[in-house]
Design a protein. Structure first.
Length: 202
């Protein structure tokens, strides 16, 4: 055997060795195709079984969608109820004492009227000082619990004030401004207990 023949045999062996991985790769490529065919056949068989059983797939899908929609609506309603409950509970804590504060305001008005009365004799002066002390304690107690007087000067605010009388506007009072406060207004934190009764320029 000469050198040329030996070299040719070596080349043939190398070619066969290279061909083996390619053949394996081709066989591997064929396997998924076979699996796909089997899966497709099984899917067709299953579809035929469902059709033969008389089950209405579309009806089941529709029923499922309706149940899912009802569930989502119910969940949203429960969430809204929880929010309303929490808001009401927060408001109860925030505006606790509103009824009592509203009932006390007329007492505060009467004390203010008593203090506005002019007195001359010593006995009346002493009584007035006592009324002033009571008024001061009551006013401080209300402030400590979030009850404050509504500012009733400047531009008329229908959210905080109630116009019980109007007068013509002039150089001292522009249109839609408060001319006089007839009764003080109060609020509990950010909630109006009683609007200020005012005279408004018109």
């Amino acid at each position: 055997m000469n050198l040329t023949e030996k070299q040719t045999k070596k080349e043939q062996k190398a070619a066969k060795a290279e061909a083996k991985p390619e053949a394996k790769a081709k066989a591997a490529k064929k396997e998924p195709s076979l699996r796909d065919e089997i899966a497709a056949e099984m899917q067709d068989d299953l579809k035929e079984e469902v059709e033969d059983s008389g089950v209405d797939v579309e009806a089941l899908k529709k029923e499922r969608d309706e149940l899912e929609d009802k569930y989502l609506r119910a969940a949203a309603e429960i969430n809204n109820m929880n929010k309303r409950f929490n808001k009401e509970r927060e408001d109860m804590a925030k505006y606790d004492g509103q009824k009592l504060a509203t009932a006390v305001l007329p007492v505060l008005d009467n004390l203010e009227r008593a203090l506005a009365t002019e007195v001359k004799d010593d006995g009346a002066q002493s009584l007035k000082k006592g009324v002033e002390m009571v008024y001061s304690h009551l006013d401080n107690a209300l402030k400590e619990n979030g009850v404050t007087e509504i500012e009733a000067t400047g531009k008329f605010d229908p959210n905080l004030q109630q116009a019980v009388q109007t007068v013509p506007a002039d150089k001292d009072h522009a249109k839609d401004t408060v001319v006089q406060v007839l009764q003080k207004g109060y609020k509990l934190k950010d909630r109006v207990l009683r609007p200020a009764m005012v005279v408004v320029a018109n």
